[in-house]
Design a protein around this ligand. Sequence first.
Ligand code: 2YH
Length: 259
Amino acid sequence: MALLTPEDLEDLLNKLNMNNNIIKEATGMDIAQMCEAVYGTTPSSQKVGIVPITSGNGIIGNFSASLLAITEYFGLEGFITEHPDITGYHQAVAGGADIILMADDHIFIAHNLRNGKIATNHVCTGVIYSEIASRYKHTDSKDVLVIGLGRVGYAGASHLVEKGFNVYACDPNTDFMNKAIEELGVKAYDVDKPRKFSMVFEATPNANTISEGMIAERCLVSTPGIPCALPDELVEKYDIDLVMEPLVIGVAAMLYSVF
Ligand code: 2YH
């Protein structure tokens, strides 16, 4: 799984505002409304404690500060603990946190200490980005393409199947492919038999995974993947509504899922 870099997190709220405008235009809902629709929750006055974690590759510059900015963007009070790790966790609880946010290199969680709900970034990111793709207002089709069936892609594919969409999927990993076919009933998308989609949810850590044969003339591509899955020339050639943002949308979904 790709680790975020401090550069990915620069200018985060500006990127959020740009993406929020695209989401509103493409679906009629903004990101907060989208989260409310999926999780049936709204923020109240939860206090969010953010604990930096030093294990593995260590603390990522801008990460905790970005989580605090996101917390405040959604109208909540938050604080970053002075110490990391276990001492930081103790400080978060002692400081009255209702929700704890913390991430190591493998998993990023939100845990609501009051109601016991716990959420992971990979599941929430898959759910919210696939939800965005599924709400594209410029199509009546129920066909959606999922590219990448790792933890994020699988969660999104599962969400789309539950919503009654016809899910086509591709992943070069045959184990991932077979698992999604057997467990979710997705259809394998054959890259050698191009078929164009108006709704694409992409969840890989690779560039250029979207080819011309996959996308319809006016389409929505929803992707949390870094780097961007769409080659620049395709963005220019097709009239594509591209939702792509490194952190905020997934964290918003995590918070709403534990409210
Ligand atoms: O970015 C990550 C991992 N890719 C897990 C994300 C799961 N979708 N982790 C962030 C690590 C943050 C670091 N430990 C810190 O600054 O606290």
